[in-house]
Unconditional design. Structure first.
Length: 376
């Protein structure tokens, strides 16, 4: 089995994350598209038999729960409604996946995660180990955000970026986003008749990001094209290809294989574990702005010294993740702060001998050491 768009045989695309959006799983009236899910599960079973390992990232809990509870606006009228709907709907969603996978003698496992589970390094490693063990046991993990406890401040907000982070944690070779749109277009195809699909993206730059539209076509999900491009940045930066394809047909993976219609974002070189985790983070505590000399030094693989910093913002402690940008606001790198923000404000722009005089004692080697930094 080989995907015509990607050219990946199972031996090279060993591990795949398949993300399924809410509109594909749940009808506007809140009923489950069971026949469609059956067709996808059959494909998953066939691919596993061919040697691939599959992880499913599944939306739909809020939509299912809202129907059972009779909540307005699909359960998204308030945060409390969404949390209650998710708590009820997650049981139903997991049961659907478990029942249908069981018809192919495949065990399903539920994993509910929050943003903090993948942003905190120790919890991230725990999630990674759990995924690896489940896959090794022949189980298909079904992952969703734990919306019953997540708040606006501490949530992914969409399963596109969650799928990319799960792909990173699972050390996947590819992430496939099954969507209500069949790929990235040069403009919004609903409003621009001249918009054309982009079959392959080698690098996600400002031009590519400018093609995105933030709206979800169905109005049911929380992710639009912007979230999908952010997911592609995370996945490709972790060394995994990412594809956006249509899920609005039965057996969508086979339909993609036959037609080749979709958008493939090619993977970049896979980073080491810690640096890949840093690059894929969605939250940071602060920002350092550097001069041109420091920016060039960072790009050559050097550490960031206080002398090259022109400004700092945010409140952070030593060991927190912070971004580094140039004077124009372009992000250059991300890393672990070696000083807290109050000390950083006192030493920016100063040479090492001056840092010692300001803070007393022996200063640390750098504000952000190259071993704990990743270029973006």
């Amino acid at each position: 089995m080989t995907d015509s768009l990607t050219g990946f045989p199972p031996t090279t695309t060993r591990r795949i994350i398949v993300k399924v959006g809410s509109a594909l799983l749940v009808a506007p009236d809140g009923s489950v598209h069971r026949g469609w899910i059956e067709s996808l599960v059959a494909e998953i079973a066939a691919r596993r038999a061919a040697g691939q390992q599959i992880v499913v990232v599944s939306s739909g809990a809020i939509a299912l729960g809202a129907r059972r509870l009779g909540l307005p606006k699909g359960g998204r009228a308030t945060l409390e409604d969404a949390q209650a709907a998710a708590a009820v709907g997650q049981i139903a969603l997991s049961q659907v996946w478990a029942d249908l996978l069981a018809t192919h003698n495949i065990a399903a496992a539920q994993m509910l995660v929050t943003l903090g589970d993948l942003e905190d390094r120790r919890r991230y490693l725990n999630a990674s180990a759990t995924l690896d063990r489940l896959i090794g046991l022949g189980v298909v993990p079904v992952v969703n955000e734990n919306d019953s406890v997540a708040t606006e401040e501490i949530r992914f907000g969409d399963n596109d970026r969650l799928a990319a982070r799960i792909g990173q944690a699972a050390r996947a070779d590819a992430v496939v986003l099954l969507s209500d749109i069949d790929g990235l277009y040069t403009a919004n195809p609903h409003s621009d008749p001249d918009a054309t699909i982009v079959p392959v993206v080698e690098k996600i730059d400002a031009h590519v990001m400018g093609m995105a539209d933030g709206n979800s076509a169905s109005g049911m999900g929380s992710g639009g094209m912007i979230s999908k491009l952010q997911a592609a940045q995370i996945a490709t930066g972790a060394g995994a290809h990412l594809a956006i394809i249509s899920g609005k047909v039965d057996a969508p993976l086979g339909a993609w294989q036959s037609s080749g219609r979709g958008t493939l974002f090619r993977a970049a070189k896979r980073r080491g574990g810690r640096k890949g985790w840093l690059a894929g983070r969605l939250t940071v505590k602060g920002l350092l702005v550097v001069d041109a000399g420091a920016a060039n030094a960072l790009k050559q693989g050097r550490s960031l010294l206080p002398a090259g910093i022109t400004g700092t913002s945010g409140i952070y402690a030593r060991g927190d993740v912070i971004n580094i940008s140039d004077a124009d606001g372009v992000l250059i790198a991300r890393g672990l702060a070696q000083y807290d923000s109050s000390d950083a404000e006192r030493i920016i722009g100063k040479r090492s001998d001056e840092v010692a005089a300001v803070l007393g004692g022996s200063p640390r080697v750098a504000m952000v050491h190259r071993d704990y930094m990743v270029l973006l």
